[in-house]
Ligand binder design. Structure first.
Ligand SMILES: Nc1ncnc2c1ncn2[C@@H]1O[C@H](COP(=O)(O)OP(=O)(O)OP(=O)(O)O)[C@@H](O)[C@H]1O
Length: 708
C-alpha cells in the first residue's frame, strides 16, 4: 500500500513524503540512494536497469549483445558493480545495479543445498553447466567460488517495445515482482492469487525469464519455464503476447504447444501449453527434466487435468529434490556428471484470480510444507458490474437485446458475449450480423426489417439455435470412451467436464447440444424452455419483445453511462466474430486482429474466452450467467451435458474481460438477488475430480504407472 501510494504520488508529479519514500539512504554509498524495493528501479530507469547489469542471454539474441555478455557467472555481481561505478556517475545506473544486486543476491534455501564441502577438491558444474576445475584452488576459494556462482545475480537482457515498457509499469503485479520472486526462490511451491488483469499470466513468466530461469546459463535455473493453460486459445494468445512483450520470436525463445500444433525452438526458454500436453510429458519423463519452473495458470478452474497435474507435480518436486541431492553427493565425492544429466530443483507456481486456498494449503499429503500465498489485490482498470432487474430463462434473446441496446446507446468499445455452446454462438452471430446490416442501412435506432416491420423470428431459427431435433436419437456419452481415443496424440485427454474447456481433445462436441437437449427432458427447470413448440413460442415471444418493447430502465442506465463516456457508435457496423473451442485456431485468433475504424467488435464466445484472454478493445461484457458442463451419473457411469448457472468465480472472470485495456462494464443478464443465492451461483465450480467416477481416474493413473 505504501509503495502504491508513493507510486501514485510520484506519477502525479507530487513530492513523495519521507515515510512513503521508496528510497533509503545507504551509509556505504555517500549520497547515492538505494532502492528499498526493486520495483523502484524500473520506475527510475527501466531499460538501463537490465542493460547495465551485463547480459547472459540464451539463444540468438545473445549474439546481438556479445560484447556485453559475461560468460562465467562467478562473481559477476561484484565485478559489474565495481566496473560500472567507475565508468559512470549516473546515479540512476548505480541505483539500478544495486537494486538488481540486492534482489538477486538474496540468499535462498536452494542455495544452501549446493554448498560444496571445503575439503573436497574436485570438479563441479558451473552455473553455465561447464565444469569448473577446482583442483588448483584452495578449498575455501572453491567453496566461495561455488557459493558465489549460485548466489550471483543473473539478469537476462530484454528489449521490450516502448509501449509495452510503458504499459507494464501500470500493471499492479509489477510492484510485487520482488515479493513474488523471493517467494519462488525460497519455496518449491508458491500460490499466486491476483485479480483478473493484474498481470499474472503475461508478467510472471517474464520475471522468471529475467531472473535467468529458462536459460542454460545457470545449472540451478536450467530448463524451460512451462506455463499451462486449460484452453488452446489461451495458449496461443498468451504465448504471442509474451513473445511480443519480451521482443522475442514466437516459436523460438517463446514457444507453444497444443494438440496438433507445436512451435518450440531449440533454445526455447518459455513454453506455453495446455495442461493436457504437460500431463502427456510427465508420463514420458517423470522428472520433467526440461523444466526449471512449471506455472499452472487458472488453477481455480479445478479441471481434472489441472488437479491431476498438481498431484503429480507435488511428487515430481520430491523426486527432483532427491535426484538433485544425490547428484550433489556424487559431485562432492569427486564424481563427474554430464551437464546434460544435471537436474535443478523444480519450482511450481499455482496461479489464479480466485483460488480456494484452503484446498491447497490444508492438504498436507499434497505439500509437506504449506506453500506461501502471494496476493496481488488490485486490477489495472475498474469494471462496473450491472445486474438485470429480473432473471429471464431466455438468456439468448436477452443477450441479443442487450448487445443491440449497448450498440444503440453506448460509446464505442467492443462487446464480448458469453453463451454456452457452439450452436448458440453461431446462431447469435447470425442474428447480430443481420441486425447490423439492417441497422447500418437505416436509422440507427431501427432494429426492424427494411420495411420498418419487426424482424420475424422464425421457429426454425430457434430450433436451430438449440439444436432441437426431435428425430435425433437419445445420445449419451460414455466417460471412458475418450480415454483411449487417439492414442497417437501428444496430449492427454482426461475426459474433461466441459467440452468448451477441453474440446480440442474431445471428438464429441457436435453431440453436446443434442445431449443437452435430451438430458433436459429429465432435468426440468434448467432447460425446460427448450422443450419443443412450447419453448419456441416462449423464445419467439421474447425475440419479438426485443424489437418491440421500450427499454425503459435499461435505457435510462445506458444514458447515464453514455453521458459520462461520450456519444454512442450506433451508426457503426457490427463486426461479429465467434469464439468457441472447436473453431480452427486461425479463426479463433481473428478476435485479436483488430477491426477497421468505424466498426464495433462483437465477440460471441463460450467460456473459452472466460480466462486469460485479453481481447483488445473489449469494453462491454454481456454475461448470460450460463455454461454447459458435463455431469456424470454415478449409478450408470454415463455423462451428459447440461446448461447450468456459472460459479461466482467464473462470473468474476467474465467481468474481468471488460477491464483489460481500459475501464469497462459488465452486464449480467441475471438479477443480483439470484446471484447472491449460493445454491444457484456457488462460490467455486465443483472440482471435476469430485464429480467423476473414480474408476476412470484410477485407470488413467495406472496407465501412467502410478500405483498409489
Ligand atoms: N494482447 C494484449 N493486448 C493488449 N494488452 C494486453 C494483451 N494481453 C495482455 N495485455 C495487458 O496486460 C494485462 C495483464 O494481462 P494478464 O493476462 O497477464 O492478466 P492476468 O492477471 O493473468 O489476468 P487473468 O486472471 O484474467 O488471466 C491486461 O489487463 C492488458 O492490459
Amino acid at each position: 500500500e505504501k509503495r502504491r501510494r508513493a507510486m501514485q504520488l510520484s506519477k502525479a508529479g507530487l513530492d513523495v513524503p519521507e515515510e512513503l519514500s521508496l528510497f533509503k539512504k545507504n551509509s556505504d554509498q555517500k549520497g547515492v540512494p538505494v532502492p528499498e524495493n526493486s520495483e523502484a528501479a524500473p520506475e527510475a530507469c527501466p531499460v538501463k536497469l537490465v542493460q547495465a547489469a551485463k547480459l547472459c542471454h540464451p539463444g540468438s539474441e545473445r549474439k546481438n549483445h556479445e560484447s556485453d555478455a559475461v560468460k562465467p557467472n562467478i562473481g559477476i555481481g561484484v565485478s559489474i558493480l565495481d566496473q560500472k561505478t567507475e565508468e559512470t556517475n549516473d546515479d540512476a545506473d548505480i541505483l539500478a545495479h544495486q537494486s538488481i544486486l540486492k534482489q538477486k543476491t538474496e540468499k535462498t534455501n536452494d542455495d544452501d543445498d549446493i554448498l560444496v564441502h571445503p575439503k573436497v577438491r574436485s570438479s563441479v558444474p558451473s552455473c553455465s553447466g561447464v565444469e569448473i576445475d577446482m583442483q588448483d584452488k584452495e578449498p575455501q576459494q572453491g567453496e566461495a567460488a561455488v557459493q558465489e556462482c549460485f548466489n550471483s545475480p543473473i539478469v537476462v537482457h530484454v528489449s521490450r517495445p516502448h509501449e509495452v515498457e510503458k504499459a507494464r509499469r501500470d500493471l499492479p503485479i509489477i510492484m510485487m515482482e520482488q515479493e513474488i520472486m523471493e517467494a519462488i526462490y525460497e519455496n518449491s511451491v508458491v500460490i499466486l492469487c491476483g485479480e483478473t488483469g493484474c498481470g499474472k499470466t503475461t508478467q510472471v513468466p517474464q520475471f522468471l525469464y529475467e531472473a535467468g530461469f529458462g536459460t542454460s546459463n545457470r545449472a540451478d535455473r536450467k530448463g524451460m519455464i512451462g506455463i499451462t493453460q486449460p484452453r488452446r486459445v489461451a495458449v496461443l494468445a498468451t504465448s504471442k503476447r509474451v513473445s511480443y512483450e519480451l521482443g522475442l520470436k514466437l516459436g523460438k525463445e517463446v514457444g507453444f504447444q497444443v494438440r496438433h500444433d507445436k512451435k518450440v525452438g531449440n533454445n526455447c526458454s518459455i513454453k506455453f501449453m495446455t495442461d493436457g500436453i504437460l500431463l502427456r510429458e510427465v508420463q514420458s519423463d517423470f522428472l520433467l527434466k526440461h523444466y526449471s519452473v512449471i506455472i499452472l495458470d487458472e488453477a481455480h478452474e479445478r479441471s481434472l487435468n489441472t488437479d491431476i497435474l498438481i498431484g503429480m507435480l507435488s511428487r515430481v518436486i520430491k523426486a527432483r529434490k532427491f535426484v538433485y541431492a544425490d547428484q550433489q553427493k556424487q559431485i562432492r565425492s569427486g564424481m563427474k556428471i554430464d551437464p546434460a544429466d544435471m537436474v535443478s530443483q523444480l519450482k511450481v507456481v499455482l496461479m489464479s484470480a480466485t483460488l480456494q486456498l484452503k484446498d491447497f494449503i490444508s492438504n498436507r499429503r499434497l505439500f509437506d510444507v504449506i506453500p506461501p500465498a502471494v496476493e496481488v489485490p488490485t486490477r489495472q482498470f475498474p469494471v462496473t458490474v450491472h445486474f438485470a432487474k429480473r432473471t429471464h430463462d431466455d438468456y439468448l434473446a436477452q443477450a441479443y437485446k442487450k448487445v443491440l441496446s449497448i450498440h444503440k446507446s453506448l460509446p464505442p468499445g467492443g462487446i464480448l458475449v458469453f453463451v454456452t455452446g457452439q450452436r448458440e454462438v453461431d446462431y447469435l452471430c447470425k442474428k447480430l450480423q443481420r441486425a447490423s446490416k439492417r441497422q447500418s442501412g437505416k436509422k440507427p435506432e431501427m432494429v426492424g426489417d427494411e420495411d420498418g416491420s419487426r424482424p420475424e423470428i422464425e421457429e426454425k431459427e430457434i430450433f436451430e439455435a438449440y439444436d432441437i431435433d426431435r428425430t435425433e436419437p437419445e445420445h449419451q456419452d460414455d466417460i471412458f470412451s475418450s480415454y483411449g481415443e487417439d492414442e497417437t496424440d501428444d496430449e492427454v485427454n482426461v475426459a474433461s467436464s466441459d467440452a468448451e474447456t477441453e474440446s480440442e481433445m474431445d471428438t464429441d462436441s457436435d453431440e453436446e447440444d443434442s445431449v443437452a437437449h435430451e438430458t433436459a427432458e429429465e432435468d426440468g427447470p434448467v432447460l425446460s424452455f427448450l422443450k419443443g413448440a412450447e419453448s419456441s413460442s416462449v423464445l419467439k415471444a421474447s425475440f419479438k419483445a426485443i424489437s418491440g418493447q421500450p427499454e425503459t430502465a435499461e435505457e435510462a442506465s445506458n444514458a447515464t453511462i453514455a453521458e459520462k463516456s461520450g456519444p454512442s457508435a450506433s451508426r457503426a457496423r457490427l463486426r461479429v466474430l465467434p469464439l468457441y473451442a472447436m473453431l480452427p485456431a486461425s479463426q479463433q485468433l481473428r478476435v485479436f486482429h483488430g477491426i477497421p475504424e468505424g466498426e464495433r467488435l462483437v465477440v460471441v464466445a463460450t467460456n473459452v474466452a472466460e480466462t486469460s484472454l485479453t481481447i483488445p478493445g473489449i469494453t462491454y461484457v454481456v454475461d448470460t450467467g450460463k455454461e454447459k458442463v458435463k455431469n456424470y451419473d454415478h449409478a450408470t457411469g454415463m455423462a451428459s451435458y447440461e446448461v447450468q448457472w456459472i460459479s461466482k468465480a467464473s462470473a468474476s472472470q467474465r467481468a474481468g474481460r471488460a477491464g483489460r485495456t481500459g475501464p469497462g462494464h459488465c452486464y449480467r443478464l441475471y438479477s443480483g438477488a439470484a446471484y447472491s443465492k449460493d445454491d444457484l451461483f456457488p462460490e467455486f465450480t465443483e472440482p471435476e475430480i469430485k464429480k467423476m467416477p473414480v474408476e476412470g481416474i484410477v485407470l488413467m493413473l495406472k496407465s501412467m504407472n502410478i500405483d498409489k
